[in-house]
Ligand binder design. Structure first.
Ligand code: EPU
Length: 335
């Protein structure tokens, strides 16, 4: 176990923020994790790909980076395979691996930044698919006791960009392995408008999972800034759900309101639309900004500080609240 002191996390967070960790330790195996748990470096924070966190000040204690690797099929039946993946693998590497093995279910989740261990925490989702749809179970270690625990899908209490690991068990477990149930006979989800359009433009009637993945990648590349070029952590806010009468009042005032009726009787409004309508799209204050193609994404154009991005997020939230009476919820974790 290598302990780095006063370590700059700039390359460890996709906002590219220069923040110092008092201690930084990479964990490559469960044995290394057990070794660490016999020590005391103060407060523990766990980092995956650093793609869903906004760091606003230097961090005391220790930051643990999950580097547990390995992808393998652990069980196979005629229709499905159960795939085990180390929590420290990059999510998109797993997607590429699944495409090569012709295993389906995560092609719509192509190019999502971040690690496999972080994927269940916020139940990652895109283009009509959520991790929840393919999740089988996971293995995690309780930091307080060092005990290994298996979590079923029900145990994880998945919801829209949410799970028990963002609520009751926040910061309490280190996710070592994630098991997914992937298909051999694929059931594609091409219902998202732009995927359909791209496939039909290319005259693809019966797409393969690789073709769906390619369509998803081209949509993401056209709308979302590449964190390797412009610091960001994807959607900064969740899409809010409101009651029907509230939506009716909104539509009376703004007939062009974009909304989706939900199975639970509520209505989902894209936060990107609200933020754009409130005038923030493409706005910049110093190096902190609201992206010009997708208002849901806040960006670091170079040398922004975490606090500046957080302040911008609070200003956006206040102005959306004032204009529409809707309270936006942060999707990103603030440290
Ligand atoms: N819209 C605007 N202005 C904007 C952005 C969006 O008016 O600046 C409107 C669009 O007109 C569109 C609607 O909002 O009608 C939805 O936009 P989009 O399809 O781009 O999706 P989103 O709701 O903004 C969500 C996820 C994304 C995911 C896409 C596609 C959340 C918080 N975000 O965004 O996830 O890729 O759907 O499924 O649910 C992420 O979590 O980091 C992420 C990028």
């Amino acid at each position: 176990m290598v302990i780095k002191k006063h370590y700059n996390l700039k390359r460890q967070n996709t906002f590219g923020l220069s923040v110092m960790a008092e201690h930084f330790i990479e964990i490559h195996s469960t044995d290394e994790l057990s070794e660490f748990l016999n020590t005391d470096f103060g407060e523990i924070r766990i980092l995956g790909g650093g793609s869903n966190v906004l760091m606003t000040s230097d961090l005391q204690g220790v930051v643990l980076k999950n580097e547990i690797k390995g992808i393998e099929i652990v069980e196979e039946i005629s229709s499905h395979a159960i795939v085990s993946t180390g929590g420290g693998e990059e999510w998109h590497n797993l997607v590429l691996w699944s495409l090569e093995k012709n295993l389906g279910g995560i092609e719509n989740l192509s190019l999502i930044p971040g690690s496999v261990g972080a994927a269940p925490i916020q139940n990652i989702g895109a283009y009509g698919v959520e991790l929840n749809d393919v999740f089988h179970h996971l293995e995690a270690v309780e930091l307080a006791s060092g005990k290994v625990r298996l979590f079923t899908k029900e145990d994880c209490q998945f919801a829209y960009r949410d799970s028990i690991f963002k609520r009751k068990l926040k910061g309490k477990y280190f996710i070592t392995k994630v098991f997914l149930k992937l298909t051999k006979q694929h059931q594609l989800n091409t219902s998202y408008g732009t995927i359909k359009e791209i496939l039909s433009q290319n005259n693809i009637l019966n797409p393969t999972i690789k073709e769906v993945s390619r369509a998803v990648i081209s949509i993401r590349q056209s709308k979302l800034p590449d964190p390797k070029r412009i610091g960001n952590s994807g959607s900064f806010f969740k899409n809010p759900e409101i009651e029907v009468p509230h939506c009716q009042r909104l539509r009376a005032e703004f007939p062009e309101t974009v909304f989706y009726e939900m199975p639970n009787g509520k209505v989902k409004i894209p936060a990107g639309w609200l933020i754009e309508k409130a005038g923030w799209k493409g706005k910049r204050s110093g190096d902190a900004g609201c992206h010009e193609n997708q208002a849901l994404v806040l960006v670091n154009y170079g040398n922004a500080k975490g606090e500046e991005i957080r302040d911008l997020a609070f200003q956006i939230r206040a102005s959306v609240k004032e204009m529409f009476g809707i309270e936006l919820i942060f999707e990103v974790n603030i440290w």
